[in-house]
Design a protein. Sequence first.
Length: 176
Amino acid sequence: MDPDGDRLRYEWDFDSDGRVDSRPANPVHTYTEPGVHTATLKVTDLGGRHRGKSASAGIDITVGANEAPVVTFLRPTPDPDFAFGDTVEYEVEVTDDQPVDCARVTVTYILGHDDHGHPMSTASGCAGSFVTTVPEGHDVEEDDLRAVFVASYTDPGLNGLPPLTGSTEVVLLPTG
């Protein structure tokens, strides 16, 4: 829309070839090839004091099927007895619409503190363990501390589609 109420010209380029493919304000376009396509809209003011001024914006549109991976912690679960200094074993399961490579799984141990976290260490693989350390300057008794484990997996993409990432987290509260 134009604040002055002037007429506007719309120029849609759906295939990134620099040519106008459509002029209506709200066109319909169907992509038939899978992949990532960029649609660009250029709008030009046709009257008033801003006559001839234009602006452009583009958006990437993904066509095809690549499902985001689903990442699940098999362990730890949020309810075990836990104290800082413990070694916490993890096991992660990933389901995806293509073969899963455990080498692409990352798990990070984060010291949760109040409303933020301090990343402590990161490992690769579907299984492993972390020693839950507390850095200097934090007091387990007085600070609101917790152990947060974040697992993520990025698939390699599929049929020209971009990679997708799935992630999950589990929070362990110290007992006692």
